[in-house]
Design a protein around this ligand. Structure first.
Ligand code: BG6
Length: 477
């Protein structure tokens, strides 16, 4: 890992995008407020609109006020932050604009050569990534400056391609210019405190890990549910669908974190080796059998959303039963269930342990009453609970389920960082542990591609808005 730089410029392609407005500018401003940015830094927004630096600053100011109401826009710090914002208008397809960008970077850093550390952030649709990367290279902005130590790194937003071949193609193009240790494929789930804590919970405690295997665990269930629809992302959703939007990345990354072996050490590659091994061990579906393990759904009213086809077959819900064919997990089902417009917004991982061999205690001698579970709630609450059976007070010996709960909010004081805060800082410091490596991207696509092929053309099951998804979901449990 590199030390945090004393000075750098971050160049945001797609500066007028929703992501930039909602996540990147607020995060950079908050990092500045919290003192995490060096004295010397510049944020250069790149877009197609013709804007002066002043107009761009006014635009960022307005968006922060409307989209991030909780943010503290104190006069002086915010003015200082805004004075570090610059704007470059360019046509992404033409190399001339990139030469101009290079000159702007040189002027801003006061260098006669572009020696400054440069972090490029692609907040743009995936199809533009190859064009941007090739033009950066042509303008001499892709290579590290060995002579003066200036590094160049690139952060690429999901989705990385739309299937295995396109992900490989994208990687080949980016790889022509940026070496793997300079590519940061972001999945913001890996920046969540509660997700980062999975590894700490598992490997810093002696209590759980001995039980964390097929001998003691009956199943693992990962839920990523949202109580809102696709909002104004109809065009994107029609292209992507939920399997690609959520399961391929966030869902499978959570599965990998729960199932991975302990890493050799805490280096980025040791951790990513173990995650890649899990994804590689996921039992491959075949076109013939995938249908038995997958239920897709579409919420009622989806077809009336803006930019959605009236006969759309795109899924807004998916439930998939996976198996991981390795020594630790053979034959333990891992369920991933995710969907839009469900009853509540919650992301959680429930690990259900086997029933005791004999259960004497009522009300029924089934272990569903004493369900022994570890429940990691990723959001909105940030908790880990152990659910176990306790004797109901009274003369009869009856068990009731009770919880022991750890809550980040009550156990730790202080302002936590958000996923984008953490991941931006990690990228600046060159720490790739919480960024996805290309092999994992490819294993994940290989899994999703077969599922998509198997269900191609099928109509997803309909489900009412704010329900628990289609009833057919029971078929895979
Ligand atoms: C994004 C998906 O990657 O993650 C969205 O594109 C989804 O569809 C979002 O809503 C969920 O993120 P979070 O952090 O709110 O759970």
């Amino acid at each position: 890992m590199q030390a945090k730089p004393d000075s750098f410029s971050i160049v945001i392609f797609g500066a007028n995008s929703d992501l930039a407005a909602r996540k990147l500018f607020p995060s950079l401003y908050e990092l500045f407020l919290l003192g995490h940015l060096p004295e010397e830094y510049r944020v250069i927004g790149v877009g197609r609109a013709a804007l002066s630096h002043e107009e761009f600053r006014a635009q960022v100011d307005e968006k922060l006020r409307t989209l991030s109401p909780g943010i503290v826009l104190d006069k002086l710090p915010f003015k200082t932050f805004c004075s570090r914002l610059f704007y470059v208008k360019l046509d992404l397809a033409l190399v001339e604009g990139y030469h101009f960008l290079r000159r702007v970077l040189m002027d801003l850093s006061g260098e006669s050569n572009t020696c400054d550390h440069l972090l490029f952030y692609l907040a743009t649709p995936p199809a533009l990534a190859p064009i941007i990367v090739r033009n950066l290279a042509q303008a001499g902005l892709g290579e590290n400056k060995a002579t003066c130590g200036g590094w160049r790194k690139i952060i690429v937003e999901k989705p990385y391609g739309s299937n295995l071949p396109s992900a490989r193609e994208l990687n080949a193009v980016i790889g022509e210019v940026f070496s793997e240790e300079r590519i940061f494929r972001i999945d913001h789930y890996l920046g969540k405190e509660t997700v980062q804590n999975i590894m700490v919970f598992r490997f810093s405690n002696g209590i759980f890990e001995p039980l964390w295997n097929r001998h003691y665990i009956a199943n693992v269930s990962i839920t990523i549910a949202e109580n809102f629809g696709i909002r104004d992302r109809g065009a994107y959703y029609e292209e992507a669908g939920l399997l690609r939007d959520i399961v391929q990345n966030h869902g499978l990354q959570l599965l990998a974190a729960v199932a991975m072996e302990p890493p050799v050490d805490l280096s980025a590659d040791a951790v990513r080796d173990e995650k890649a091994k899990v994804l590689r061990s996921v039992r491959p579906f075949t076109i013939e059998n995938a249908g038995q393990s997958v239920v897709l759904g579409q919420y009622e009213g989806y077809r009336s959303e803006k930019n959605v086809a009236a006969d759309s077959r795109v899924e807004t819900f998916a439930a998939v039963k996976f198996f991981i064919d390795n020594w630790r997990w053979k034959d333990v089902p891992f369920f991933i269930k995710a969907g839009k417009n469900l009853a509540e917004t919650v992301t959680e991982i429930v690990i259900t342990f086997n029933c005791p061999p004999q259960n004497f205690f009522g009300p029924a001698s089934s272990c569903s009453y004493t369900a022994n579970q570890v429940i990691m709630r990723i959001q909105p609450e940030e908790t880990i609970a152990i659910r176990f059976g306790a004797k109901r007070p009274g003369e009869e010996v009856i068990t009731d389920p009770v919880f022991m709960k750890f809550d980040y909010k009550t156990s730790f004081a202080g302002v936590g960082l958000t996923p984008y805060h953490r991941l931006l800082l990690d990228a600046l410091a060159g720490d790739q542990m919480n960024f996805i490596r290309q092999d994992s991207v490819e294993y994940s696509w290989a899994i999703i591609d077969v599922i998509r092929e198997a269900v191609a053309g099928q109509q997803p099951d309909s489900y009412p808005v704010h329900s628990r998804g289609p009833e057919s979901v029971q078929n895979i449990y």
